[in-house]
Design a binder for this molecule. Sequence first.
Ligand code: ADP
Ligand code: MG
Length: 368
Amino acid sequence: MAYDLQLTHVHKTYDNGTPAVIDFNLDVEKGEFIAFLGPSGCGKSTTLRMISGFESVTSGDLMIRGKRVNDQLPEKRPTSMIFQNYALFPHMNVRQNVHFGLGVKGIPRAEADRKVDGILEKLGLLDIAEMPTARLSGGQRQRIALARSLVVEPDILLLDEPLGALDANLRKSIQNELKLLQRDLGITFVFVTHAQSEALALSDRIVVMNAGRVEQISPPRELYTRPSSQFVARFIGSNTILPGTVKSCDGEVVMLDTAFGPLAGTNRAGIDAHTDRKMSIVLPAEAVDLLPEDMPDAEIRADFGSNTIPCTIERLQIVGHIMNMVVRFDDGQTINVEGHVDKYRNRLKAGGRAYVAWRSRNATVIDQ
Ligand code: ADP
Ligand code: MG
């Protein structure tokens, strides 16, 4: 099948010798919402700029809709880019700013006017169309930048941390709008962010990057439930990582010998979990049950097998219907656990002893 966007063995080394992107491989289907997620400096913007044509590709193939575009000028590509600072012209009004993108493409005046009006209406900007952009709010400026990128009717919209300049509340509401707009238009979005909440809320798939390399490409939920590397397990969500060596396997369930005794997780990536291999259990905060110390042993075994670690409850805090707890293992390591108030109230108290417990299917084993 033809993909909207394909990167195959794409490398980027800057003139000063910085290897910014290393062997990047990704196939994107039409209408997908893809996020590039990773810490600052990992190569997200560089990759986006290569797709847009503002940065050259050192080696590898960059294909848009089945056509190799490595050497095609930015304005010839069916892509449109929104920058973090929006790059609006402060002395021009909203309409002129949106018009600007079309001017470069040499579209006749009447047709251009029609397109500009159409997109201004779609984004609720008609009322402020004649106002200079310098006087508008962050949210409005964001929307103008979006209008300017969409008015050229790109196949692929590229967004480089477009919500970074907005406050938290506004960011949430614009996130929702972006998602609805993307569904409505049915075009491919490639969205760069270092904020995992943003990537998780918006994307169909997330590309997690680290030091120029792709660590994992998965739908958001799978990054939680199936992290495939230490980096992803530490970067995404709130995981406890328990190192050990393989003791035995039962189907997908792998039992490790750990500092806390025998503990198990699920081998989702089909790793060859031979005896004595060094692996780790990744335990998501959501998978943790806290059991009171006086719970009968037989009951614990029946539900959790040997997946228990004794701990001390350091702190309990009720926020609405949620109880937040900090617990300390006997080796000094602390973890955060949360659960519904009804489940824990009157069963656990600060300073008391308890067990951290989980079902093997809710934890993942990965290589160390
Ligand atoms: P991100 O967007 O993930 O923060 P970038 O793609 O901006 O990361 O940068 C990736 C790496 O490339 C970093 O080490 C950065 O310093 C370097 N870099 C970015 N732009 C240039 C450039 N124009 N010239 C040289 N090095 C650059
Ligand atoms: Mg960047």
